[in-house]
Design a protein around this ligand. Structure first.
Ligand SMILES: *Cc1c(COP(=O)(O)O)cnc(C)c1O
Length: 428
């Protein structure tokens, strides 16, 4: 790939980012230059298992040949028209994605944060025009430790001081309750339900450290929302599209991967937000899905995006979703996830370094037995990278493990061996 370019060392490439880029991330000291399936290679050619998958954007694996082919073909044909005109890819994509997830309509955007912003706008407008909330008084209930993106409005309801500090004044209209706390949700809805337009929630909190709620939290929260005429909005940007062993995390233990036969276990959000793996990592594609009586509050001029719904995004997203279905990635994530947690649970018993393993499907985390401000989890991730496996700490003492869902069982066993060896050899 680099034959006609001068090869630049990892160290020099890191120095460039450090000198010319804003310091808004703190990356592990690894410079990646190629990816294929579950593997990535650094600038020196060292091979790694990717256990972050770009925060679950690469569920289909790096550079999936079908997705790359769709991208190439469409890139040579038509990339962007804007929504000032119709294009020949958008309609077929909208039909495909709404049938795939079972909603009347989709509003196409690009990044996850834009998807969340879009959902908030739809929800508020629905609150005024359909529910009859007095103008300017709508509330949206959110959860502590949430992660929904980085815009000014979204960080206004973050509980993370780094994400929020000195970015005010903040957007009002949000009420925060503790995650996984049904009595708190019920109390807010009882006290202020007439003013509440929606409840925005991650079915599993990924960035907070793969925080898995009680089994009944999501179904009962959705039921409370229904009782109080409040929109239940699921942010499945990280948990969706097969990551947790079902098509969506709100599907719980249902494996139907789209065509749901077990409606009883399926919690259907009023508004569903998708991003990340919707394109398999090839292109930024996000989407907000809802039924007509909600989506029809959006009329010409009320919302939009120059790139939203462009032909390239539409082509790529269809292919990315086809791959998920054809390769049965939800089923694979479920099977491998059970094995991963089984092996990690055994490891937790063998060492004082680990507190527990938790997660669902292939979205899992190991809790490290040290304080959040210690460097232990970071040092462990550096050691893992030396042994050929890339993972990243979240919230200081938690390591998330989220490989591409195209992994084989043999590869997973090898990865568990690497993690086990690294942890048992690790000295603080
Ligand atoms: C990543 C993420 C977002 C934001 O997506 P961006 O594409 O980074 O804007 C929002 N919600 C959740 C749950 C996420 O994991």
């Amino acid at each position: 790939m680099l034959t006609d370019k001068k090869k630049v060392s990892s160290q020099a490439l890191r120095a460039l980012e450090n000198q010319y880029g804003a310091h808004n991330y703190h990356p592990l000291p690894v410079v990646l230059s190629r990816g294929e399936g579950v593997f990535v290679w650094d600038a020196e050619g060292k091979k790694y298992y990717d256990f972050l998958s770009a925060y679950s954007a690469i569920n289909q694996g790096h550079c999936h040949p079908r997705i790359v082919k769709a991208l190439q073909e469409q890139a040579e044909t038509l990339c962007l028209t804007s929504r000032a005109f119709y294009n020949d890819q958008l309609g077929p994509y909208e039909k495909y994605v709404t049938e795939y997830f079972g909603f009347d309509k989709v509003l196409p955007m690009n990044t996850g944060a834009e998807g969340v912003e879009t959902a908030i706008k739809i929800c508020r407008k629905w609150g005024y025009e359909k529910k009859g909330i007095p103008n300017g008084e709508a509330l949206i209930v959110v959860c502590g430790q949430n992660f929904h993106g980085r815009t000014t409005t979204i960080i206004s309801f973050s509980s993370d001081p780094d994400a929020k500090g000195h970015f005010g004044p903040y957007t009002p209209g949000f009420v925060s309750i503790p995650y996984n706390d049904l009595p708190a949700l019920e109390a807010v809805l009882q006290a202020q339900g007439e003013q509440v337009a929606g409840f925005l929630v991650e079915p599993i909190q990924g960035e907070a450290g793969v925080n898995v709620p009680a089994d009944d939290f999501i179904p009962r929260a959705a039921e409370l929302c229904r009782q109080h005429h409040v929109l239940f909005m699921a942010d499945e940007i990280q948990t969706g599209i097969a990551r947790t062993g079902s098509l969506l995390a709100v599907c719980g233990d249902c494996t139907c991967a789209g065509h749901c036969e077990r409606q009883s276990t399926y919690v259907r959000p009023d508004i569903l937000i998708l991003g990340k793996a919707l394109s398999g990592g090839a292109y930024p594609v996000s989407a907000v899905l809802a039924d007509d009586e909600i989506m029809d509050v959006i009329t010409p001029g009320t919302h939009g995006s120059t790139y939203g719904g462009n032909p390239l995004a539409c082509r790529v997203a269809i292919e990315a979703l086809e791959v998920v279905r054809d390769e049965e990635l939800a089923q694979n994530a479920r099977r491998l996830g059970q094995r991963f947690r089984q092996r990690m649970a055994r490891l937790v018993e063998k060492t004082d370094l680990l507190v527990m393993v938790r997660g669902r499907g292939l979205l899992n985390a190991l809790l490290i037995n040290d304080t959040p401000d210690s460097s232990t989890a970071w040092d462990l991730c550096v050691a893992l990278s030396h042994n050929g496996l890339l993972a990243k700490p979240t919230h200081g003492n938690i390591i998330r493990f989220a490989p591409p869902l195209v992994m084989t069982e043999a590869q997973l066993e090898e990865c568990c061996d690497i993690i086990e060896r690294t942890i048992l050899e690790f000295r603080k």
